[in-house]
Design a protein around this ligand. Structure first.
Ligand SMILES: O=C(O)C(=O)C[C@]1(C(=O)O)C=C[C@@H](O)C=C1
Length: 432
């Protein structure tokens, strides 16, 4: 968390409270950043940060347990390390192609092309295909933040019995899935008050994960402080920037025209207040965060709108098979390098087929080239003025959607289907 200890804490003897909960360490870039570095993977296997214990939980899903034990992690890292080794062997093989090797008495450059028998790849067996025993069958879902974050709640809503894995950045959550440490990542993409979370749209484009689900989560914010601290003592409120903006008016109404500071996630703000015994600082976070970090709720339901909802998408390495028997949504991103007039044509492709759009978002992309690789695998760098993100209410299994996209492809120079997934049809219930 990028939160600097405030000057007001100088002089306080930091009394570390014992949280009601064993907070697991978050996955960091260092834990997952180096997939091709066997040494790093081996080092991770002994990293004490990876030996988080499974916390007790009040939710119906296992929160925060990064695989639950050191054994899980060691097996994850061993898998990574073995992948690295086999990749290394492949590289050795190809880079050594023009080295003279004498194998079984025969020159390596002979037409027989022999390699040492002990280096030949072993055929896969059934045992190679079975899942690593320590992982079990529980779905592992990576989210940004610490336990008590709304992203963790979204993971629990989407996959009620999952193991939620806290990560210190979104980038890490993406990488955790890409490296098979997690099965899904949770990404907040828009909020009913704050609108789109643009940075996360950029991440969707940069990575190759597929949207496989969505969750609309009513977000109910609380103002949290240490026990015994009254509203009048507060001279600073900290939280995730989205949460701060969602509570802007209410904070003013509460007379809290005090410094506001942005941190990485709401629950991380609560944890920071508790861990540093900050008696002059309040955090905006969930009631669950209050419980986990031993804070009091000074004010409940402080979001400016009772219908405050954040939409999260679930990401996976593989797309799901689109169905047509239940309501599906499809998300696409497209661009055209010759101006924005394409937008009208694209929208008409959906309108003529009676396909409703649930979202349209433009993102400036001026002077930022995207490398387009065509079928012939020749890359061309093109500069787009805008990227357009569109969600529409149809499955890719639906002929209307397929025809609409075939038409869209004709108008655009870049088109990617981010995912086709079941719509969250949970009946609406206000968060206050
Ligand atoms: O900080 C958290 O608790 C999050 O899960 C992040 C996040 C967001 O990025 O919008 C999620 C839901 C709320 O809108 C506020 C913050």
């Amino acid at each position: 968390m990028q939160c600097v200890a405030p000057s007001s804490t100088v002089g306080f003897k930091p009394k570390i409270r014992t949280p009601s909960y064993t907070v697991p360490h978050r996955l960091t870039i260092q834990c997952v950043a180096s997939p091709f570095d066997a040494a790093a993977a081996a080092a991770n296997a002994t990293n004490p940060h990876l030996s988080a214990t499974a916390p007790s939980t009040t939710n119906n899903f296992t929160s925060g347990g990064i695989g639950k034990s050191r054994a899980d992690w060691q097996s994850s890292c061993a898998i990574l390390a073995s992948k690295v080794q086999s990749q290394q062997q492949d590289t050795d093989k190809s880079s050594g192609a023009d080295k003279l090797t004498v194998v079984n008495g025969v020159n390596g450059h002979s037409s027989l092309d022999l390699v040492p028998v002990n280096k030949l790849p072993k055929p896969l067996t059934i045992a190679d295909l079975s899942p690593a025993p320590a992982h079990g069958s529980t779905l592992r879902v990576a989210y940004q933040g610490v336990p008590g974050a709304y992203s963790e709640a979204a993971a629990g809503k989407a996959y009620p019995n999952c193991d939620a894995i806290p990560c210190d950045q979104f980038e890490v959550a993406f990488q955790a899935v890409e490296l098979w440490i997690a099965d899904r990542a949770v990404l907040p993409v828009e909020n009913s008050l704050g609108g789109s979370i643009h940075r996360n749209y950029d991440l969707l484009l940069r990575h190759r994960l597929h949207i496989v689900g969505e969750v609309q989560l009513p977000v109910h914010h609380c103002l949290l402080a240490l026990p015994g601290v009254r509203k009048e003592y507060i001279n600073r409120v900290i939280s995730h920037p989205q949460a701060l903006s969602q509570c802007e008016l209410t904070l003013t109404k509460l007379g809290l025209n005090v410094t506001r500071e942005a941190v990485d996630d709401t629950a991380g703000a609560a944890e920071f207040v508790a861990a540093n015994n900050l008696r002059d600082t309040a955090a905006i976070a969930s009631a669950r965060a209050a419980e986990l970090y031993g804070l009091n709720i000074l004010a409940d339901g402080i979001q400016d709108d009772s219908s405050n909802v954040t939409r999260f998408v679930m990401l996976a390495r593989e797309p799901i098979i689109p169905r047509t028997d239940i309501p599906f949504k499809t998300s696409i991103v497209f661009a055209h390098d010759k101006g924005t007039s394409v937008l009208f044509k694209v929208l008409s492709a959906f309108a003529f087929r009676n396909i409703s759009l649930t979202k349209i978002e433009s993102r400036p992309h001026r002077n930022r080239p995207i490398r387009l690789v065509g079928d012939e695998n020749l890359g061309t760098a093109k500069h787009f003025e805008y990227l357009f993100y569109v969600d529409f209410e149809a499955s890719m299994g639906d002929v209307r959607a397929q025809n609409a996209l075939a038409e869209v492809q004709e108008f655009t120079s870049f088109l990617r289907v981010l995912g086709s997934y079941p719509m969250d049809m949970t009946p609406w219930s206000p968060s206050r």
